[in-house]
Write a protein that binds this ligand. Structure first.
Ligand code: TRH
Length: 377
């Protein structure tokens, strides 16, 4: 059954808001044949993820999604069957009025941020009644059966597997980016916020016994990288070597290619929400730089995820893994924790794949949303 969807995205900062909503919108169209409008208040954040997009277009079609500029002055428009308000982004007043006037009520969903905390499954799917008579449902992504699941395209693991089995695919992808690592190098990708711990991690990799090739897409960590390298600037794509460590900066790649980058690497440092989930589908060991929240609320989230993730690791590997995530997120010394993690590399690598498969048994978030709507009507 084809329903119409309006997905609202307000770009707070970074790429997570648009990253999640664009991925969801594409999947609703491609896998569930839904009609989707994606309202974005700042298309400048959209273009890096979808480079063929027009930053100035009021309306444009991209991969079957109608991408609309969310105007400051809201223009009257029809209300969709399902309204997704991403991350409590506050719907336009005019749209709310139109929702009230709609002959058949629309399903209004607030799509929340991802968290592994226990309370999430208890709140997932709960309604909230507003004084104006409208009802809003809370939809929580998550890691266990009582939640809305994680965004995952139906064929993503199959595509990853095909990519891994085709050594030429990986090589061609890397070469396309101008990346030519030595065949025995450990490939690491680095997507993170500013982090004072970076220097100690780079020191450890430079002093390591195995050659490491670090790929750094353009972004907020660049200042720390330049400082460590002792250079004022780096042209995109340029390569620097320090001891056993080779560093190469990369352009920000389109969203589909970011998966290829993760699949090409042996270890991925990710951040925020969407890249964090993608690194899990990559089935490789990962390091999460969580988005900092007021009053250190992010530490609760970080530890909730860690508790779930490391529970099937041996105590020593769990400790090494947790220690490294704590060091990274407090901007602390990474050298010791990286070397400790390397001691447990085979176990942690096998675990990453197991975790990925285990998580893929859950219904994915787009599927769960479609089902939620079907059960609601
Ligand atoms: O950009 P982020 O830090 O976004 C954050 C988080 O979502 C956070 O929870 C939120 O509160 C804050 O924004 C406002 O990280 P995230 O979520 O990983 O989003 C990055 C997106 O960019 C993701 O969809 C992957 C994509 N990406 C590319 O398409 N190409 C690239 O080269 C890279 C590095 C990322």
């Amino acid at each position: 059954m084809k329903a119409s969807w309006d997905v609202f995205c307000s770009v707070v900062d970074n790429y997570g808001d648009i990253g999640v909503t664009w991925r969801l919108a594409r999947q609703l169209v491609a896998e569930h044949q839904q009609g989707v409008r994606l309202w974005v208040d700042d298309l400048r954040a959209f273009v890096p993820l979808c480079p063929e997009a027009d930053v100035n277009a009021a309306r444009q079609w991209q991969q079957g999604v109608e991408v609309c500029q969310w105007p400051e002055q809201w223009q009257p428009t029809d209300v969709a069957d399902v309204v997704v308000e991403a991350f409590a982004c506050k719907l336009p007043e005019g749209y709310l009025q139109a929702m009230k006037a709609r002959a058949t009520p629309a399903l209004w969903i607030n799509l929340e941020y991802l968290s592994a905390e226990d309370w999430v499954s208890g709140c997932h799917g709960l309604p909230s009644m507003r004084p104006d008579g409208l009802k809003r449902m809370f939809f929580f992504p998550g890691f266990d059966a009582g939640t809305g699941g994680l965004l995952r395209e139906a064929d993503v693991l199959q595509r990853r597997c095909a990519f891994e089995q085709d050594s030429q695919a990986r090589q061609a992808f890397l070469q396309g980016l101008g990346v030519f690592p030595a065949s025995n190098a450990r490939l690491v990708s680095l997507f993170a916020y500013e982090n004072t711990g970076l220097a100690s991690w780079l020191d450890a990799m430079a002093a390591g016994s195995v050659p490491t090739y670090l790929l750094v897409p353009q972004g907020r960590i660049m200042g720390d990288l330049l400082r460590w390298l002792g250079v004022d600037q780096l042209a995109l794509g340029s390569v620097e070597q320090r001891g056993a460590l080779t560093v190469q900066t990369l352009p920000f790649v389109r969203q589909e290619d970011y998966d290829h980058l993760l699949w090409s690497c042996d270890f991925n440092a990710v951040r925020g929400e969407d890249s964090f989930v993608r690194a899990q589908w990559a089935g490789r060991p990962l390091l999460w730089h969580i988005y900092e929240q007021e009053e250190d609320a992010h530490w609760v989230k970080l530890n909730a995820f860690l508790a779930l993730y490391v529970k099937d690791l041996s105590p020593a590997a769990a400790q090494a893994f947790t220690g490294m995530w704590h060091a990274w997120n407090s901007g602390g010394d990474m050298a010791q924790s990286w070397n400790l993690l390397l001691e447990h590399w085979p176990e942690i690598t096998a675990h990453a794949e197991r975790w990925c498969l285990e998580q893929s048994l859950q219904a994915d978030l787009a599927q769960a949303l479609v089902l939620f709507y079907r059960n609601w009507i």
